[in-house]
Design a protein around this ligand. Structure first.
Ligand code: KG4
Ligand code: ZN
Length: 340
């Protein structure tokens, strides 16, 4: 069986093919031109998806050694994401499935991330603690099976990746900020700077907006003319990254004490961060859990995770008609912590 997965929710166009359970192609076209604007420009993103999605699909078929008629199922990101960007991949996929008369599976982008650890050789084991940390989302989840996802907590303000991007902007490091902050943090000399980890009403929720303000205040007080030496930028980047890692691992540790899980899986763009990896490695070791963090190409947005999630839903017998629209985007139920 050949499943195509198409992703276009933000600034990556990606087409992947899973053939008889094996990932045979995962092409990702990143829209790097947004860096000059300091963030993703939705209109430009949609136009770029439109230009690349069709050639990327053809290239993916070629890489997989398949003909268009060999496709059995088409899956595409239905949301959440930028509406114009989503509609490009979604409508392309729907049209493809319609013309081939094969099933079409709309996939929730976050669910794609949640199960992206299953693209690795060492896979998470159910039940696992899912930590989704991306540019748009920060979620702590108890994942009991492919169809039972319980939300324990989420951010009450900024997403983790958003905080990385905003702090990078304050430091004049450009967009996307995550990789830059990481690099600066690695090169930082030891320092006394500590930023506080915010408390939240619910023990599993996150908050990063206060941390962002603390960084801003620190910079305004110490560098009122906004002339920040590179050496100081590195120290601030490190202290900020440490605070994010602490906030994430503190909530995860609480969840590990409460719920009996076999694995921890940290996914999404921020899971690529070396400080985050180190923090969760220590936590997993302390509690005797296996830790699964996807490799770099599967941490960021990719079609492989969409194809995989499409496969799971298809095999679970989930049926979707062609009348399915991009919104509402949740293909199936999400449960809250109170249901655990
Ligand atoms: O999952 P993703 O590619 O897109 C969304 O669905 O949002 O995540 C993008 C986010 C951006 O905010 C980016 O700055 C962050 O992931 N990111 C990182 C790193 N690489 C990407 N954050 C921290 N450290 C990194 N190495
Ligand atoms: Zn994402």
């Amino acid at each position: 069986m050949n499943i195509v997965g198409i992703e276009s929710s933000c600034d990556e166009t990606s087409v992947a093919i899973i053939s008889d359970g094996k990932l045979v192609s995962n092409l990702i076209a990143s829209q790097d031109f947004h860096t000059q604007y300091g963030g993703v420009v939705p209109e430009l993103s949609s136009r770029a998806h439109l230009q690349i999605v069709s050639p990327l699909f053809k290239q993916s078929l070629k890489e997989a050694g398949l003909e268009i008629a060999d496709i059995d199922v088409v899956a595409a990101t239905a949301g959440p994401g930028l509406i114009g960007a989503l509609l490009v991949g979604f409508s392309f996929a729907k049209g493809l499935a319609y013309s081939l008369n094969v099933p079409f599976i709309p996939v929730n982008h976050i669910e794609g991330h949640i199960f992206s650890g299953f693209l690795m050789k060492e896979k998470p084991e159910f039940p696992f603690l899912g930590v989704v940390i991306s540019g748009g989302h920060t979620l702590l989840l108890l994942v009991k099976s492919e169809l039972e996802i319980y939300k324990l907590g989420s951010t009450i303000d900024d997403a983790a990746g958003e905080a990385f991007d905003k702090v990078a902007k304050m430091l004049g490091l450009g967009y996307p900020g995550g990789p830059k902050i990481q690099q600066y943090a690695i090169e930082a000399e030891p320092s006394e700077i500590r930023f506080p980890v915010a408390r939240t009403k619910s023990e599993f929720d996150f908050s990063f907006s206060g941390l962002k303000t603390s960084v801003l205040r620190y910079l305004q007080e110490n560098f009122p003319d906004n002339n920040i030496p590179e050496k100081e930028k590195r120290k601030v980047a490190k202290a900020f990254q440490d605070a994010v890692v602490k906030a994430l691992s503190k909530r995860a540790e609480k969840a590990l004490k409460r719920f009996d899980v076999k694995s921890i899986s940290v996914v999404g763009g921020v899971a690529a961060n070396s400080g985050v990896k180190d923090g969760f490695s220590m936590l997993a070791k302390k509690y005797g859990k296996t830790l699964v963090i996807p490799s770099l190409e599967y941490c960021g947005d990719n079609g492989a995770m969409i194809a995989l999630r499409g496969k799971q839903l298809f095999e679970a017998g989930k049926k979707f008609g062609f009348e399915t629209n991009a919104f509402p985007a949740l293909p199936h139920n999400h449960f809250l912590q109170s249901d655990v």
